[in-house]
Design a protein around this ligand. Structure first.
Ligand SMILES: C[S@@+](CC[C@H](N)C(=O)[O-])C[C@H]1O[C@@H](n2cnc3c(N)ncnc32)[C@H](O)[C@@H]1O
Length: 669
């Protein structure tokens, strides 16, 4: 579930009707009827609440997912925020971070309350202040407390207090609004309405935020700024829910379970504005209360007013000290619980990520940076498909539509967009380039770069939907005279694969898409392939930054359900590859149960017939220069025997990519 190009991008959106493209053979396979691939759900709706990958966790039996891809389409793929002005292609405009405009909440003032090679740095200089947002985005990626005072809230508030000093902690008096009542928006304004609609769809319909948002933005006809605000509010509220609920529990005077869910959504939206944006406090409260009044009722509006005023009495740091006190202090609590609240992750995910860092041989002290990276909006990254587009072409096209772009940090075919709608680039619209996380790009390119002797003509992608890596592999393979068979169990997602690879095979037969169960290919076609990709369905714990709601949906029990499916697919791949051929086992989760354990088992069970290749070296080869810190498991690591140092793990906080895991296995007999 690693590829964000997937989802709702212009080239692979499910609403294209899934028509066949010339040159793409849609093999019958053992079709969906047999495997119950299921109906294609409405865009944005989840097929299975327990599983975003289009399979049923417990049974391992796949099912069609409403989420075309692990990640959305361009922009949406990114978790939204960095792209802006979005069309459907972008999954909505991004929130525009304005480093230079951090600070004051305006009206709150006075009340006294209140790596690597070109990799990203923690100070993230990539985003200039465009000065055009009214999105009032988070001051820092993790939404930590604001300093400085240059920013008001643009048109968002009344202007009162803009440029005022940053809010300080502690209770004090508050003037709620300087606007005349007639000037205030009664319903919260269109951006908040859209944001609330997203929260409602996520809660009631199990929708994916990145898929429902574009349609809601279009329907509401928001201009770019309001669209950016709506996107930031929706995504930020979903990500920050853990902390916001802890604050609300303190302020609401009743257990949150007793608060009506629609009202709770609106309260979270209000808290997000108060604690993580530069929206002035008075505007955050009055607009959110207006929204509650018009959407839910006058009584709930009064309740929201009382609760949000209490929230507004302190700033984020003060609330953190209250609800997530540092250990060692008088109220210091358990580290996991503190990190869970402070960085808004379920405690089991915090534990899982800590375990993952240790298992892959990294310093456990990196945990907080990793959690913070999960809360930062990822950049939109494009992959220029070899033979169809070049990074230089993408940079030139971005310049033509006044988008800032930079070369990728790692992948030789990557271009990073600072903001904007990737669908504005002709190459993206034509399917010659695609939004795809750099980690996903490197994983596919590493398989293509793995050393191989003898025949190298038949490539296989065993779990291909929605087709991001298949599209890249197909393009690379076409340049080397290799054909690709792409297998996907979900009918709907198989159609997305066809769309994804269409540009690579306009009239040829280099790519064949089959709707089938990948676990059966090994038995049906033993030893038939030279290179095989298993991008296994997984928990997606390495891509939380792209899927704001995912962390609240996943359960620890998902791990147990996914294990047999992951092992079954890897077994099938190892049977389908010829002796001497290479299998890449890839996940967008660093969890040891989905990565090192699966690979370690496979190597152990096949005693001597399968060997691990040097995946970090293959990543370096794919990148064209060293990608530091990918070797997964040093001498002290706890990874299973036989995997140490041979597998590769990328990290959001270290590489600026999703946390992709890559193992390369060669069948030796
Ligand atoms: C992680 S996603 C693959 C992402 C894809 N490689 C990309 O880059 O766009 C895993 C895919 O495996 C599919 N899948 C699940 N079980 C499967 C099975 N038994 N056989 C084939 N595909 C399966 C899911 O429907 C999902 O589309």
């Amino acid at each position: 579930m690693s590829d964000e190009g997937a989802g709702d991008g212009p080239q692979d959106r499910g609403d294209r009707g899934g028509q066949r493209r010339p040159g793409v053979r849609g093999g019958a396979g053992r079709g969906p009827g047999r495997h119950g691939a299921g109906r294609p759900p409405a865009a944005g709706r989840r097929a299975d609440p327990a599983d975003g990958d289009g399979h049923r966790g417990a049974s391992g039996r796949p099912r069609s997912s409403g989420r075309p891809g692990a990640d959305g389409g361009p922009g949406a793929a990114s978790g939204g925020p960095r792209s802006s002005g979005g069309s459907g292609a972008s999954g909505g405009p991004g929130h525009a971070r304005r480093p230079g405009a951090e600070g004051g909440r305006g009206g709150a003032a006075g009340r006294g309350s209140g790596a690597p090679r070109r990799g990203p740095s923690s100070t993230d200089p990539r985003r200039p202040d465009r000065g055009a947002d009214r999105a009032a985005p988070p001051a820092r990626p993790d939404g930590s407390s604001r300093t400085g005072s240059t920013g008001g809230a643009g048109s968002e508030g009344t202007g009162a207090g803009a440029g005022a000093p940053a809010p300080r902690s502690g209770p004090a008096r508050q003037r709620w609004s300087t606007a005349k009542p007639s000037q205030r928006s009664r319903g919260g304004g269109p951006a908040r309405e859209v944001a609330l609609d997203v929260l409602t769809a996520v809660r009631e319909d199990d929708a994916y935020a990145n898929l429902v948002l574009p349609g809601l933005l279009r329907r509401a006809r928001l201009d770019a700024r309001d669209a950016a605000l709506a996107t930031e509010l929706a995504y930020g509220t979903l990500r920050g829910r853990g902390l916001y609920d802890a604050v609300l529990a303190t302020c609401s005077g009743r257990p949150l379970a007793q608060v009506d869910p629609p009202l709770l959504d609106a309260l979270r939206l209000g808290v997000h504005q108060l604690l993580a944006t530069r929206v002035p406090a008075h505007a955050a409260v009055s607009q959110t209360v207006g929204l509650v009044r018009t959407r839910i009722g006058a009584g709930p509006g009064g309740f929201a007013n009382a609760v949000l005023r209490r929230v507004a009495e302190r700033d984020r740091d003060a609330w953190l000290a209250e609800v997530a006190p540092e250990e060692g202090g008088p109220d210091g609590g358990d580290t996991t619980e503190r990190l869970a609240v402070a960085h808004s992750h379920p405690a089991w995910v915090v534990r899982a990520l800590r375990e993952a860092l240790v298992a892959h041989g990294r310093d456990v002290g990196e945990l907080e940076a990793l959690l913070r990276a999960d809360n930062a909006a990822p950049e939109v990254v494009l992959a220029a498909r070899p033979g169809l587009a070049t990074p230089d072409e993408l940079v030139a096209q971005a310049r033509d539509v006044v988008l800032r772009s930079t070369p990728g940090a790692w992948s030789p075919v990557a271009v990073r967009l600072d903001e904007g709608d990737p669908g504005a680039l002709p190459a993206v619209r034509e399917g010659r380039a695609r939004v795809q996380d750099e980690g996903s790009q490197l994983a596919a390119l590493a398989l293509a770069a793995a050393p191989l002797e003898g025949r190298d003509e038949r490539w296989l992608d065993l779990a291909a939907g929605p087709g991001g890596k298949a599209a890249l592999l197909a393009a690379v393979g076409a340049g080397r005279g290799a054909s690709l068979v792409a297998v996907e169990v979900s009918e709907h997602r198989a159609r997305l694969v066809e769309q994804a690879v269409a540009a690579v095979a306009p009239g040829g037969t280099a790519v064949e898409v089959r709707t089938a169960d990948g676990r059966e290919v090994g038995d049906d076609e033993p030893g038939a392939y030279d290179r095989v990709l298993v991008d296994a369905p997984c928990t997606g714990l390495g891509a939380l930054r792209r899927r704001p709601e995912a962390r609240w949906r996943r359960q620890p029990s998902d791990l147990a359900g996914l294990g047999p499916l992951q092992r079954g697919l890897l077994d099938s791949a190892l049977a389908a590859v010829r002796v001497g051929g290479v299998v890449a086992y890839v996940t967008c989760s660093p969890h040891p149960a989905e990565t090192l354990a699966v690979v370690g088992d496979a190597v152990r069970r096949r005693c001597g017939t399968v060997e691990l290749l040097d995946a970090p070296a293959a990543l370096d080869a794919a990148a064209g220069s060293p990608v530091p810190g990918t070797a997964s498991g040093g001498p002290d690591a706890t990874g299973p025997e036989g995997t140490r140092g041979r597998t590769a793990q990328l990290w959001p906080h270290a590489h600026g990519t999703d946390a992709m895991f890559v193992a390369l296995l060669r069948r030796v007999s």
